[in-house]
Design a protein around this ligand. Structure first.
Ligand SMILES: [Zn+2]
Length: 309
């Protein structure tokens, strides 16, 4: 049986929003299009809702809704093989010929200071929420904000809302000071697309202490295929991806890591991992280094085990 993949981050919805004429089925500009998900044996794909920082505040929530609408109209409805995972239980009932699609939110900027909007997004099926992208907002500071504050009172209320609704709280993009607040408060922490700082000292990555803390909290880490977060350069190989996996394993995270490709959010690529259709290149390489059980864990079983019950 092929080893199937769960990918905790892609930005295909952003590309569809930028150009709604694109086909989700086979547009070659979409790294995580349907044909490629099938070819790469992706079983569950997370689709991020992401509002670019240049969008005016008054328009941001509207943009989130437009992306949810594109998800429904272009990803889910026309493709019977795609099943919208609206609650964690839906993962158990995925049929063998179905691909699960999960909505995630990358940054709370779009809801202003209105937690009602967050709860409405839960109703629409959002199952994972990151407080920030790289900038600051009313909830927390992102990695690009020099102030480096932790969570605001509002940010803490958002984490509580996540907990109450069994929603993951995503620390990727969050400033390290906010990270430690989330570790204290979140029931279901995840770093959906982050690598090891020890191997690549980019602020988007997690240092060893952070990785240890996520391990202790039953958190999940998705290794991201962005060369900048793997090697610090715009070039990387599958061997570099495996170095980050190995580092996390050495820190005790072998049963808590997986993949958060960032396909469609990156414009430089790991050699041999140009799009979702090439996921099995990584699996083949991993099988040379790790047991079948560990590889199945990285590929998807770890995520399945760690999601809220
Ligand atoms: Zn991101």
């Amino acid at each position: 049986m092929p080893i199937q993949i769960i990918d905790t981050h892609c930005d295909a919805l952003l590309k569809l929003w930028e150009n709604p004429k694109r086909s989700f089925i086979n547009d070659p500009k979409i790294d995580a299009n349907l044909e490629r998900l099938k070819r790469g044996q992706v079983k569950i794909q997370c689709f991020a809702l992401f509002v670019e920082p240049f969008i005016r505040q008054e328009q941001k929530f509207q943009v989130i809704l437009e992306q949810v609408d594109l998800f429904n109209e272009k990803v889910v409805k026309p493709n019977p093989e795609i099943k919208h995972i609206k609650s964690w239980d839906d993962i158990q009932t995925l049929k063998s010929d179905e691909i699960g699609a999960i909505l995630t939110l990358e940054g709370l900027d779009g809801i202003g200071d209105d937690l009602t909007k967050l709860r409405i997004l839960f109703q629409l099926g959002v199952l994972s929420v990151g407080l920030t992208w790289n900038q600051a907002n009313l909830f927390a500071d992102g990695v690009g904000e020099l102030r480096g504050a932790g969570l605001s009172t509002l940010g803490k209320l958002a984490v509580q809302a996540n907990n109450d609704n069994k929603i993951l709280t995503d620390v990727s993009h969050l400033h390290i000071n906010g990270f430690w607040d989330v570790i204290e408060l979140a029931d279901y922490p995840i770093a959906s697309h982050s690598n090891a700082y020890t191997l690549c000292d980019h602020p988007r990555n997690l240092n060893d202490e952070q990785i240890h803390a996520l391990v202790k909290k039953r958190g999940y880490i998705g290794i991201v295929f962005h060369p900048l977060f793997l090697t610090g350069q715009d070039f990387a190989t599958i061997t570099d991806v495996i170095k980050h996996i190995e580092h996390m394993c050495n820190l005790g995270a072998s049963e808590q890591i997986g993949f958060g490709s960032d396909f469609d959010g990156i414009s430089v690529y790991v050699n041999g991992l140009r799009h979702a259709g090439q996921f099995q290149h990584l699996i083949n390489e991993l099988q040379k280094h790790y047991s079948e059980q560990l590889v199945r864990g990285f590929a998807g079983e770890n995520f399945r085990r760690l999601i809220p019950q």
